[in-house]
Design a protein around this ligand. Structure first.
Ligand code: CA2
Length: 151
């Protein structure tokens, strides 16, 4: 591993965090998510490049670009989690360790949310822990990257 940088990917509608549906997603904003993630990474000597988009192709391009200068990817793919073979293929193709995060417990919601196309290309899964889950995902991903645990 040469680059001590992680890509943080947030998918569609996560730009609305903190503005709607607080009973589900809480009151913290996307900026809070990005700060929590960056702080957890900085504590281990890593930096974070954050991208959020409502467009599948933009997310795929960001994942491809990570191959150049990132050591791993933290992703909450939002609704694309349950629909996007293309985003899953991109994650698989770049061959970087992936941490999948969901703010809510997708296993305890509607049936259509219970399947994740990302799950089996991710080495780390943090689900239903709210925004602090992003920090835990970073820690677990960096453990893998630094050989603290097996990946
Ligand atoms: O629990 C998660 O983190 C999700 O990835 C969030 C996605 C949802 O489609 C997944 O099933 C689970 C939705 C993000 C939408 O975020 C909003 C935030 C505030 C207001 C409206 C939507």
């Amino acid at each position: 591993m040469t680059d001590r940088r992680l890509l943080l990917v947030n998918g569609p509608n996560l730009n609305l965090l903190g503005t709607r549906q607080p009973h589900l997603y809480g009151t913290e904003t996307l900026a809070d998510v990005e700060r929590v993630t960056a702080d957890a990474a900085a504590a281990r000597g890593f930096e974070v490049r954050a991208v959020q988009s409502n467009h599948e192709g933009v997310l795929i391009d960001a994942v491809h670009a990570a191959r150049e200068d990132c050591a791993g990817i933290v992703i909450n793919a939002g609704g694309f989690t349950h629909t996007s073979v293309a985003l899953r293929d991109a994650l698989s193709a770049v061959d970087l360790p992936v941490a999948e995060v969901h703010i809510t417990d997708i296993t305890d919601r509607e049936p259509f949310r219970q399947h994740s196309y990302i799950a089996d290309v991710a080495a780390v899964h943090v689900i239903g822990e709210g925004v602090p889950g992003y920090a835990r995902a970073v820690t677990l991903l960096i453990d893998i990257l630094t050989g603290t645990v097996d990946g």
